[in-house]
Design a protein around this ligand. Structure first.
Ligand SMILES: Nc1ncnc2c1ncn2[C@@H]1O[C@H](COP(=O)(O)OP(=O)(O)OP(=O)(O)O)[C@@H](O)[C@H]1O
Length: 612
């Protein structure tokens, strides 16, 4: 089967102009043919080998050698006419031209088979020529297609390469945008650094100037140093001499300290001896000034003697027949203070005993006398500096003296307590709790003979102000009780105790003592018939405790083997401060009014008895 290219077949089918037109295909026509959609050669073969498609346009008549022929049969395949049949039939009768063509000149006569064959052969040759050219054309197209495909491949390669390049450019571009930011940052850093550099340069210039001036200064300092080095050498020599002196002085100081300590101990011993010579129990009498400032008539105080007092009384004759009797009661004490004696004068006499307390001796100081005779004034005084009493002055002296002794290696601790004894009952005057929860107190004596009170407030104190604060608190507590019971303070004893503990660690010496300052209850005797109920009980308690105090002091003075301390709360509480090496001082306060004559006489008698 012959394989014809599709393009030529198609051209046969579509071009209806003439066979010459088809044959003379020029380059321009070739170009336009290339633009045609190529048809697979197989399809063309099918058309040629198979039936002609029914939709095909009618074939135009072909011309050979300039002659026009009838169109080809619809199959497209030129079939030779059935010559045998025609020859055998009636065709022989048709007119025939001498050259064998039809009489019209365009068609062969039926019998001109040779002519027809030669036409056919011409046509075949034409076809073959055309097939050849179409085949050539097809080859050209194929090679063009191949070239184009190669080109397309190349283009695609190029395109891919360019795409790759573009994406790499894009990556680079992105990188470059980061680089740009960095560049911006670097440029801003650069400008900052430049500014810094400028600053540093100016600083450097300043530093250079400074260095120059310092170098000059250094030179000066070096000169000074050399001068000072020579001075130092001199001073070192002096220092060595001084050190030698210091060593010598240290030895001297230590020796002097020893001497001072020995002197202090000697002073204590002598002081105590003096106190003992003066008497471990001493009685001072103090006369209160008259309230209206008048003259004392019945109390005589000799101007040249400050140890005696005389009570003078003139008793008128009841009958008027006898002369008035004058009676003098003479008393002598360790010291008598007139109404004009100041608190300072009074304290000067006591201060020696206060010193004894710091030296380690128990000291007890009482104020005895009738109500209103000046006991509280003597012991406490009032808040004004000049009129401060024994307690604040004693406390001040003790703290000052303890500070001085601190230089000699002494260390002291102080504990204060303030207790009231009313109707033989103890009451804590430093109590700060609720009134309805006041505890009860008992006096206890340890095996070491130390007396303590249960549930009592013992306050550690280190300065005068703290003690003054405690006195203030005690007064408030007493005032509260006072409002509940008229004149209660006059009918109770108040006892201030300062426990002193001293230690000289360097010399391994300790001392312990108690300073006891007591404001006693009013000593006036009450007429028994007028005393009833509570007053009678109070009177009994006061009289009992005061007379027992007298008995105890007398027993101690007489060095009796038995001292009835336990007979009253007051003496039981004070037993540690009485007796032994203790120093006892009693103030007998007297009121100068004439109507107090009897009480004054009683007080002086009591005090005199104690002293004797
Ligand atoms: N030496 C004195 N100089 C000036 N005033 C004094 C002196 N002694 C006492 N007084 C005054 O006399 C008054 C009574 O004194 P004080 O209260 O001390 O007596 P008292 O014996 O303690 O009385 P009571 O037993 O009631 O406590 C007070 O106003 C006090 O200031």
């Amino acid at each position: 089967m012959s394989r014809l290219p599709v393009m030529s077949n198609k051209r046969v089918l579509t071009n209806s102009s003439s066979s010459e037109n088809i044959q003379d295909v020029g380059p321009a026509q070739k170009k336009s043919r290339k633009e045609l959609v190529p048809v697979k050669p197989q399809a063309a073969a099918t058309v040629i080998g198979g039936r002609r498609p029914p939709a095909a346009a009618p074939r135009p008549p072909l011309s050979f050698n300039g002659c026009k022929h009838n169109p080809l049969p619809p199959s497209g395949v030129v079939k030779p006419p059935i010559a045998s049949t025609a020859a055998k039939g009636t065709s022989m009768k048709q007119p025939v031209a001498t050259n064998g063509t039809k009489p019209g000149g365009s068609r062969r006569l039926p019998w001109d088979l040779k002519g027809k064959v030669s036409d056919m052969e011409d046509r075949v040759r034409n076809y073959q020529t055309r097939v050849k050219s179409v085949g050539q054309e097809n080859e050209d197209l194929k090679s063009a297609l191949a070239q184009n495909q190669v080109k397309v491949g190349e283009m695609e390669d190029k395109l891919n390469k360019q795409k790759i390049q573009i994406s790499s450019y894009e990556v680079e571009l992105r990188k470059l945008s980061g680089v740009r930011e960095e560049l911006d940052k670097v440029s801003s850093d650069r400008s900052f650094l430049q500014r810094e550099l400028t600053n540093l340069e100016s600083k450097h210039r300043v530093m250079e100037t400074l260095r120059d001036s310092q170098e000059t200064e250094l030179q000066m300092l070096k000169m000074k140093l050399s001068v000072q080095e020579s001075t130092l050498a001199r001073l070192q020599t002096t220092l060595r001499d001084t050190e030698e002196q210091v060593r010598y002085l240290k030895v001297t100081v230590s020796e002097q300290k020893d001497e001072l300590h020995a002197g202090e101990m000697e002073r204590r011993r002598l002081h105590n001896s003096i106190q003992e010579l003066k008497g471990n129990i001493r009685v001072f009498c103090r006369v209160r000034p008259l309230v209206d400032g008048g003259n004392l008539k019945h109390i005589q105080l000799p101007a040249n003697d400050n140890k005696t007092i005389t009570l003078a009384k003139t008793e008128e004759s009841h009958t008027g027949k006898a002369a008035d009797t004058h009676k003098n009661y003479n008393f002598s004490f360790d010291r008598v203070f007139s109404p004009s004696a100041s608190q300072q004068e009074v304290f000067e006499e006591i201060s020696l005993l206060v010193q004894s307390a710091l030296d380690g001796y128990n000291v007890c100081c009482f104020a005895y006398g009738q109500t209103g005779s000046g006991k509280t004034y003597t012991m406490e005084g009032d808040e004004f500096d000049q009129s401060r009493g024994v307690i604040p002055r004693a406390v001040q002296q003790i703290f000052k003296a303890s500070e001085k002794l601190g230089a000699q290696g002494w260390q002291f601790t102080f504990t204060a307590s303030f207790v009231e004894i009313y109707n033989e009952t103890l009451r804590d005057l430093l109590y700060t709790g609720k009134a309805n929860k006041r505890p009860e107190h008992e006096i206890r004596k340890s095996t070491a003979n130390e007396v303590t009170i249960t549930n009592l407030t013992y306050k550690s104190v280190s300065n005068e102000d703290q003690v003054l604060g405690l006195i203030e608190l005690a007064n408030q507590n007493r005032a509260t009780a006072q409002t509940a019971q008229n004149d209660r303070s006059s009918r109770s004893h108040s006892v201030f105790q300062l426990d002193i503990e001293g230690m000289n660690a360097g010399r391994d010496i300790k001392c312990k003592s108690t300073l006891c300052l007591v404001d006693l209850a009013g000593s006036e005797r009450m007429v028994k018939s007028q005393s009833q109920g509570e007053r009678f009980k109070e009177m009994t308690a006061i009289n009992g405790s005061l007379s027992n105090l007298g008995i105890v002091i007398a027993a101690l003075a007489n060095k009796e083997s038995y001292v009835p301390y336990r007979n009253s709360k007051l003496t039981y509480l004070l037993q540690g401060c009485l007796g032994g090496n203790s120093k006892t001082l009693m103030f007998v306060n007297i009121a100068p009014e004439l109507d107090s004559f009897g009480e004054t006489l009683n007080s002086l008698r009591f005090a005199s008895k104690v002293r004797s």
